[in-house]
Design a protein around this ligand. Structure first.
Ligand SMILES: NC(=O)C1=CN([C@@H]2O[C@H](COP(=O)(O)OP(=O)(O)OC[C@H]3O[C@@H](n4cnc5c(N)ncnc54)[C@H](OP(=O)(O)O)[C@@H]3O)[C@@H](O)[C@H]2O)C=CC1
Ligand SMILES: CC(=O)N[C@@H](CCC(=O)OP(=O)(O)O)C(=O)O
Length: 342
């Protein structure tokens, strides 16, 4: 059994991870942690997230920030479901070269995704101080970077919007089907859990109404561009529902691209992949919420050469926890979808 712990386990993605690890027959859910001064320290996961009441009764332990090296030596696998700043601050100790048997780290935050330190500071609002680890981190886009993930000790799990967007766009980019003179336009709507569990005015019940935000400045735009290899315009929206992301993407295709070429590009990318589903109608968020799937559907306008692709995921699962589990499966030699789909 792979001895596993979760740091940030009281949060939305941490709790989803706890459920996935608990239900996996190759991973042992050995400990759950929150920050040193957390108001939730000492409670059980079921107290905070009652859907786990009487199912996962492990206590939420306050992390010992001074002794993270020892923590990394006690586990085979550590999931960090923590804010970017906390992951960034703790990573050097967790990955210390002094540690003998180091845990593999899966970081759900954005702290180790963008390789360019200047771009990182511009979009995250703080300087990156872990050059070596930033260079070594592998981007955990599980359906694409399988070989790198299998050999990595630090895996940066992609953001939720990049997961939905890259899953839809990469097969087109890889097959030179995008007319890059026209940037793909990504309009995506997320449920409110995307903003995390902490109370904030702009994500409170009476305030949320469908609205664009961080227009032309969201940190996921450079993340998508870096891992797609072409520019995009990305506009996120907050919707008044709990979970799920629907990304509607408009792409100008290269000259004379046919419907058949597009279908073949998607089939070649995902034909043996049970996580990415080709739909025969436009997916709804409700179709994927609570599942690890990414649902795709597309239509080409032969007159103009514009293609519209829709990609739907659960932001907490395929956009975070279940993609992290796919990476853990790959890293420890199991089928990528083990414990996720039968
Ligand atoms: N929500 C989503 O859809 C997605 C989130 N992510 C990323 O995953 C990470 C976790 O997200 P999510 O579960 O939504 O976040 P939550 O806000 O719901 O949970 C954050 C967790 O981190 C703990 N924590 C530890 N250290 C700190 C700290 N210094 N400040 C605040 N909290 C801390 C919190 O508990 P406590 O403060 O009590 O210790 C809590 O358990 C984030 O980096 C997020 O950007 C990625 C993809 C999708
Ligand atoms: C609705 C909402 O607020 N969503 C979050 C994205 C969540 C995510 O993917 O997280 P990372 O921060 O790990 O990239 C946002 O726009 O900041």
């Amino acid at each position: 059994m792979i001895k596993t712990c979760i740091i940030g386990a009281s949060g939305y993605t941490g709790a989803e991870l706890a459920a996935l690890v608990h239900g996996h027959d190759q991973f042992e859910l050995a400990a759950l942690f929150v920050s040193a001064n957390s108001a939730d320290a000492g409670k059980s996961l079921g107290d905070i997230h009652p859907q786990f009441f009487n199912r996962i009764e492990l206590p939420l332990q306050p992390i010992d920030e001074a002794n993270l090296c020892a923590l990394a030596e006690s586990f085979d696998l550590i999931f960090l479901a923590t804010p970017h700043e906390a992951s960034h601050k703790w990573m050097k100790q967790l990955c210390s070269e002094k540690s003998a048997n180091k845990a593999v780290i899966m970081d759900l935050s954005g702290a180790f995704r963008i390789k360019d330190k200047h771009k990182f500071a511009e979009y995250y609002g703080f300087e990156h101080h872990a050059d070596k680890l930033l260079a070594a981190a592998v981007y955990g886009l599980a359906d694409w970077h399988q070989e790198q993930i299998k050999n990595a000790d630090l895996i940066a799990i992609p953001g939720c919007y990049p997961t939905a967007s890259l899953t839809a766009l990469k097969p087109l980019q890889q097959n030179a089907l995008i007319d890059t003179a026209h940037f793909p336009i990504i309009n995506a709507v997320s449920g409110v859990t995307g903003a995390g569990r902490k109370a904030a005015l702009n994500s409170s019940f009476s305030e949320v109404s469908l609205q664009a935000y961080s227009v032309l400045g969201h940190r996921h735009q450079p993340e998508i561009i870096d891992y797609l290899g072409t520019d995009v315009i990305f506009t996120p929206h907050l919707g008044n529902f709990k979970r799920g992301i629907l990304a509607t993407i408009t792409v100008k295709t290269s000259a004379n691209v046919t419907e058949r070429q597009i279908t073949e590009a998607y089939q070649q990318a995902y034909q043996d992949n049970p996580i990415v589903r080709f739909r025969n109608s436009w997916p709804k968020i409700d179709d994927v919420v609570g599942t690890p799937y990414c649902d795709l559907f597309w239509k080409l306008d032969n007159k103009t050469g514009y293609l519209v692709v829709t990609s739907a995921i659960d932001n907490l699962l395929k956009g975070a926890a279940s993609q992290a589990m796919q990476c853990a499966n790959l890293r420890f030699g199991f089928e990528t979808h083990a414990g996720l789909v039968n």
